[in-house]
Design a protein. Sequence first.
Lengths: 291, 390
Amino acid sequence: MIAFLIQTLRIATPYLFAAAGGIISERAGIIALTLEGFMLTGAFCAALGSYYTGSPWIGILAGAAGGLLAALLHALATIRYRADQVVVGIAMNLLAVGVTRFFLRLAFDSSSNSPRIPGFGGGQVRSGVLSSLANPLVWFGILCMFAVGWVLYRTPFGLRVRAAGEKPEAALSVGVPVRRVRWLAVAVSGASAALAGAYLALDQHQFTDGMTAGRGFIALAAVIFGKWDPKRVTIACLLFAAAETMQIRLQSLQLVPSQFVEMIPYVLTIVALAGVVGRAVQPAALGKAVD
Amino acid sequence: MTSPPIDRPASDRAARVRVALEESILPPLVALVIAAVVGDVLIIVFGQSPGDVYRQLLEGTWGNAYGFGQVIYKATTLTFTGLAVALGIRAGLFNIGAESQLASGGFLAALIGLAMPPGTPALLAVPACVVAAAVGGGVVGAVPGALKARFGASEVIVTIMLNFVVLALLNFIVATHIHVSETLHTPEIHAGALPRLAAVLPMFSGSAANTTFLLALATAAAVWWYLFGTRPGYELRAVGLQPDAAEYGGVRVGRVWARTMLLSGVLAGLGGLNYVLGYKHYYEEGFGTGSGFLGIAVALVGRNHPVGVVIAALLFATLSQGALAVNALVPKQMVDVLTAVVIIAVATAVPEVRRALAAARSSGIGNRESGIDGSRGRSDSRFPIPDSPS
């Protein structure tokens, strides 16, 4: 049971980081289709940083910096130049795939993975429970969600973020610098999603091509399924992770084909959007550009 | 400011054509120049000379019949997915599900091809497979359309989520029921296979180009006719430009959304024929990976016009085949980067170019009447989510 919970937490960690970023970005009115790309960038930069300095902590910083950089590019196109958020979002994901592959070959002369990088937990073969808890990012992941909830509902900045995503015209008219708020929100979401990627790379002690494998979209699914509210999104992340854990643990029994477990987050999201059980309504100004 | 230019229809029309041309051709050109610069930088970073790489890229694609055949083959799939995305954008919808609609179309075509007895006349078998592909893609496209029309669910999110669901489902069916052991593909279809271009023009021998390319061109023509020559096409464009105005004018917007997503899915589904009927003659897991997303780039660079889509499909097919030709010099992944840069640049350049042109005209440089500006500003907002100036 304890092992089950810990494994669930481990699988949920990247979802928590990425979904936290997704909440901030979407509540500010910028569609978070880019989480996957930010994650992948973060994973690669973390691997680079950790490999060249030998310190996983620097890896984490490098990962966050990489995600931040990608997010700034996204903000430049969508906020400064008011390009369509969906188009640029999709392109940012393609860009992340291409750039990481290109530099993987440039830096490590490989088309599949980086060499082994220093991570947390002393480097012994994963001894289950202990090694995963040695990774500080597991704890940060949970804190991250609390932090987002606190910022969003308890601080002036959070109020501005919500205003920017719901009623940007009204916010502008009372002097809220909506564009600047959106810039900040996107930057935070990039760094946060990148930490999800950094966690993956440090947990597996290497970067592999396309290692995020759709997790950014599962995080987005969690954001929508959790109705853009940090508490509910946290539950959604844990729920999706628990389903995955269950599937891994019961693999040998062949009860449910793994493909059906994979579908759960996506199907639930579609159901939530269709409003069969408690309709998910997005922030009013999501996807709309602001002058 | 001034009276509408009713009295000068001829010059008005000429100006409008000029403006339309400027706006449809300039952004993609700007984007390609930016991509070329980024490409140069990447090539230099990798320690190669851009001139060599570009020369080899051209030689490996348009320089010989095999390479050109491969370009044609890749352009065929991209034409279908590009048309699918473009049709959606014309109606203000974003179909990101071309990826799974393509797979689903190919899968159903393969199923029907397998179900028919060997020796079924092509005249019967090919249309059956084409219809199957259309149904396969159409069903997957219809779901987000119906959800949008009925519940207002964002088609962007639903198509993305459906991609994962449909691909997982297809993988499951193939893996558990109909795969050839040790592989990820179905057995070869019994009937419905289309001839390769090499059968007619021997110089293409070895390349995957096949007669589906002609179907792609015919489909592009059909989409053109549908968009600009029919009443539903007119309604579709009206909804894309101004849903509220269209509704007020008597168009049932929800119905147009549902219909358009269905058709978009059909177009993407037909793309599956290129691989299943034209090339390998079986369905394989992940056969069209990336073509759906590339379709977005094709639609954007082609400015959502069927002719532009065909040209853009050839362009991206050249890049994708050329990447293989230069892989010895620079990583082929460079093309992924360039594709993304092109998309971002077009998306960014379109509103910018539009504004810059408008500013140039209104400041008297172009000395056109403001009436033209007014009509123009409306006629080209082809982007799905209008950037509401507020």
